[in-house]
Ligand binder design. Sequence first.
Ligand code: ADP
Ligand code: MG
Length: 696
Amino acid sequence: MDIYGMNVFNDAVMKERLPKPIYKLMKKTIDEGLALDSAIADTVANTMKDWAIEKGATHFTHWFQPMTGVTAEKQEAFIAPQENGTALFEFSGKELIKGEPDASSFPSGGLRATFEARGYTAWDCTSPAFVRGFNGTMILCIPTVFCSYTGEVLDKKTPLLKSMEALSKQALRILKLFGNDTSTRVISTIGPEQEYFLINKDFFEKRIDLMLAGRTLFGAMSPKGQEMEDHYFGSIKENIGSFMHELNLELWKLGISARTQHNEVSPAQFELAPIFCTANVATDHNQLIMDTLKRVANRHGLACLLHEKPFAGVNGSGKHLNWAMASNDGLNLLEPGSTPHENAQFLTFLCAIIKAVDDYANLLRVSCANAGNDHRLGANEAPPAIISVFLGDQLADIFEQIATGGAKSSKQGGDMTIGVTTLPPFPKDATDRNRTSPFAFTGNKFEFRMVGSTFSISGPAIVLNTIVAEVISQMADRLEKATDFNKELQKLLQEIATNHKRVVFNGNNYAEEWVDEAAKRGLPNISSSVEAFPELISDSAEKLFEKHGIFNKIELHSRYEIFVEQYGKTINIEAMTMLSIARRQILPAAVKYATELATSISVVKACAVGCDVSAQEKSLQELSTLMASFKNEISVLEKATVEAVDIEDLYERAVFYREKVITSMQRLRTNGDGMEELIDDELWPLPTYAEMLFLV
Ligand code: ADP
Ligand code: MG
């Protein structure tokens, strides 16, 4: 209790330290999302500085989220030198509100030429400032948005805030129609579950693929993987437990409510989930969680891998985005109650979300597209690339009733009796869970499971907020005009239930039959990110984002370009890293072992005439064949990488990477992994899968 939030300039600190009238203004600004009054900025800045200095801070930074997907900061000392050779600590309101970092070297997707350097950061006072660091080197971090000199958005935060406003505006219209005049804002709430791997740091440092690409580019499968299902929820080892303990302390100090922790499905895989909060704060927190995971791991002799697929052959990592809407007076708009069929307001929002997911499935898909997530979505693991909604028995039944003329009842769960007399019976949920669905209703929220573990949650959240805002606005347009609200609502919901039931699917999303069934229903199945990217600049996307003031056309195209370019760069780095490992580590090891075998054959033959050396000969033959093929694949990949860079058009280049470079990488890997299984363990230059996954 003493440490929770101790490093955050939160409401309690402001209340205690700011003059009362200024605190009141500040609180109003934050609660009602108003513009900050610059008249109070100096006082707030000064108070913030004094507080930060007491915590050991010497510097402040505007902390922002450019399109790199990670956070950025430029630290500045508080010092103001005086004429007499001493210095004072200073921090003005201006410095708090606005920063002016050089924007030229951040991805801008053609929005900014390198010579047009000016960019601005501006304080997002709805996300609290905090100090972080360790061993006495603390930095005051001020969460900011980031835009160009000409006002175009260059970050992941601004559009998120805009999408939250859009959703609020539209959802309030519906609430009003249901007679609610007390709520003044609707907030999108998010609780992201973060999956990650931990491996021994020594192994990490011996693998440039992990260091540079975040995933293993070579590596034969360990004889044991995850098939025994003994890691999932298993007893947490002591060293991992102490890592988690320190991680939690660090996060709690930052006011991040790290709550659940467990072993995940794959060996060496884990998960952490905080308690949900407002979408923009959750986004900041998730960035801090990813960063803190890496830092604390390092202190414990571990390396944290956040990549979507660090190891082939075992599960990859995702980030389940739990999402709901709440009114500012504390009402969860997705709370069905015990008899959902009578809860018209809930059903209205539910239908809106279902329609939104169906209408804009492709946008949800592209919000989870990157090179790393291609190893999960549409590959042989959770969840598939086809977007569908799981409602569970109770709601699916009600949805069906709405389609056929009106909901009259809600299936109930009844009591659970386990059949052991000493155990008390307890009420059973009305609905079972489904772990395979990409978009599942889980009691009073939706869980969007396609997001990859490295992603900023901002992208998926922007899409979710905006598509739901759009459908709600369409519904409100109609309902506001209706002479008989109830009748029109009934008609509207029936239409939605009829037209969009195709997107509702409660079955096994991993089953092959689902792929066929989904195709019959006309649901899109976009299996790779390269195919997904153009969805971002479709006519419907442009219209949608422009209508709600999230992105203009130029901003949308710049994002598209960034994603396409990042994809190509990622594959290029992977290919170059593979080539380096192949030429400088694997091939030399193979040559050494081949020489050992050859030496053995001639030495043994010379010592003992007639001695059977067929084992060595066969091994040498096998190895030599693989080596030749490996060397050949190296040349093929080299050629492909050179060809790729020559392709001017970024999209065509990305397609080439997917079709030619990746397939060539796969062949090279197959050969390399084959040699790993032949070569003397002592000579093998890379830590193996068995070591990395099981020696944590
Ligand atoms: P599970 O693994 O069963 O899905 P977890 O406990 O790992 O459950 O994660 C559930 C997440 O959903 C938590 O982060 C939780 O705070 C979040 N959550 C709960 N209610 C809401 C809500 N109304 N809005 C957003 N997120 C929510
Ligand atoms: Mg979970």
